[in-house]
Ligand binder design. Structure first.
Ligand code: GLT
Ligand code: MN
Length: 503
């Protein structure tokens, strides 16, 4: 059950339920008073008027009688006042309902553009947004400066997300359970988080293991040269998987933050990849033997904190998955920033994961290319790129959660504006995608671009000797093919104008 929000109903802040109870009781009380006055007042009045009282009490008695004489007028004024208040409350309610309806309406068909005031982009659970608890817990520390924000307990993060209609949260084992927690502390924390999930109507959508913070992982976790560290890592992951299963989490991520090197002389990357594979295979079998409903997802990153990380791109993770014992259990969660740190195109990298049927989760954020890991907010640095990432997910009906993995600027006092803006930008982009797909000019251009030699489509879709022979015999005129005009300046400008809100 979601907690009922306290809003201003009538004059004071109160819950909707309290408002309704008070108003109903008030109405009954007014009717009761009026009836009582009607039936009893004439007789009571007679008695009061002829009552023998001390002379100094007589003015008081007269005043009481005069006031009670006016009871119907006083009640009428109270009813009018209440009626006015109910009218305003109902009007506010009707407006909110209408706003919800308007978000479902299609844009003006003549312009393809609908102007939408800000509240139309409020997130709902159906948007399936999720944030890493670690994103909200980020305290602004960087290699050159100390923390700038106070600590935020995990339950506060989860509650704050739920209050903002966020669908889910993602977490590392140590985001919720301290590294040195005892078994009983762990159990109590799990109970608390489970209760929070139930009470606040939010889901634990993704879990992962912190295999990078503690010094034990200084030269790798699954790829440490020390088998004891590799086993310790596998044990830590097993425990985190148990937590994930208890909280109903279905996606379990592996981000190999320490799986890499600075000194190439130290490790053979083929050997290191074998250690990595051995552990993932073991863990897949653990999930299967426990009967857990959990899939693994590997998150690539090219570097940082290590000089070079293994499995740096979507392509390398996909190739690695194909070598596993249970490739069907393992997918990928690309992250915008990691892709751009390698100077690659997030739209294309996400697309490759999607095309392979392996896009299990996404980490959306922002990043200036070829720099340190900035983890900026989604869309804050490159609107076109943010648009095309959203377009990919919308057009291909990506069913997973929209996970944001970024952190607030170091100068922020708390994470809540950051949370709101990421969800809001994605919703705006979703609307822009709809406008793009509905815009006649854009769609006509795309038809033109994709309309060449349609009769030749599909010749190589299926191999046959005849098709090969036919292809060998075909005559092409490369000069004529090259002369085709492609209106890409216009197309790109239309996207620019769409994003600028003038199309
Ligand atoms: C870390 C990293 C992220 C990963 C997280 C999962 S932790 O903050 O920068 O990209 O997704 O371990
Ligand atoms: Mn990430």
């Amino acid at each position: 059950m979601e907690p009922e929000r306290v809003k201003v109903y009538g004059l004071f802040p109160r819950t909707r339920r309290r408002y309704l109870i008070e108003t109903t009781l008030g109405a009954f009380f007014a009717v009761f008073l009026l009836a009582a006055w009607w039936l009893g007042w004439p007789r009571l009045r007679q008695r009061l008027v002829h009552l023998e009282v001390r002379p100094n009490l007589q003015p008081l008695l007269r005043m009481t009688v005069a006031v009670l004489d006016q009871t119907p007028s006083i009640l009428l004024a109270a009813v009018l006042w209440k009626g006015m208040e109910v009218y305003f409350v109902l009007r506010a309610f009707a407006r909110r309902e209408a706003q919800k309806q308007v978000t479902k309406l299609s844009p003006s068909t003549t312009t393809g553009y609908s102007s939408m005031p800000s509240h139309f982009y409020a997130p709902t659970r159906e948007d399936k947004f999720a944030f890493g608890v670690w994103c909200l817990q980020n305290r602004g520390r960087d290699p050159f400066g100390d923390q700038t924000r106070p600590e935020l307990p995990a339950l506060e993060c989860i509650k704050g997300l739920a209050q903002r209609s966020c669908y889910g949260f993602e977490f590392h084992d140590n985001d919720i359970i301290p590294f040195s927690a005892s078994a009983s502390q762990r159990d109590q924390i799990i109970r608390d988080v489970k209760k929070a999930i139930g009470d606040w109507g939010i889901k634990a959508t993704m879990a992962t293991t912190n295999t990078f913070y503690h010094p034990v992982f200084k030269d790798g976790a699954f790829t440490s040269t020390d088998p004891a560290v590799r086993l310790y890592t596998t044990q830590k992951v097993i425990r985190a998987i148990d937590v994930a299963a208890e909280l109903g989490t279905q996606v379990f991520v592996f981000w190999g933050g320490r799986e890499g090197v600075e000194v190439d002389a130290s490790k053979d990357p083929v050997e290191a990849t074998k250690w990595f594979r051995e552990s993932i295979n073991f863990l897949c079998n653990y999930v299967l033997s426990q009967g857990y409903d959990i899939k693994f997802s590997i998150e690539p990153k090219p570097n940082e904190p290590r000089g070079d990380l293994y499995l740096p791109t979507v392509g390398s993770v996909l190739a690695f998955i194909a070598t596993l014992d249970h490739p069907e259990m393992v997918g990928i969660n690309p992250e915008t920033a990691h892709i751009k740190m390698a100077g690659l195109n997030p739209y294309h990298e996400f697309a490759q994961a999607l095309d392979s049927g392996k896009l299990l989760d996404v980490h959306l954020n922002g990043q200036k290319p070829l720099r340190f890991d900035q983890d900026l907010s989604y869309g804050s640095d490159d609107l076109k790129e943010a648009f095309f990432t959203a377009k990919l997910l919308v057009d291909h009906e990506y069913p997973g959660t929209i996970g944001f993995d970024a952190h607030p600027y170091r100068s922020e006092a708390d994470p809540w504006d950051f949370v709101d803006r990421n969800m809001r930008t994605y919703k705006i982009m979703k609307e822009k995608v709809r406008l793009f797909n509905d815009n006649k000019e854009i769609q006509d251009l795309l038809k033109e671009i994709h309309g060449a030699n349609t009769n030749l489509r599909g010749l190589t879709a299926k191999y046959s000797k005849e098709a090969a022979q036919k292809l060998k015999d075909m005559e092409f005129d490369p000069v004529q093919l090259a002369s085709r005009k492609l209106p890409y300046e216009r197309l790109d400008q239309l996207v620019t104008e769409l994003l600028l809100g003038v199309l």
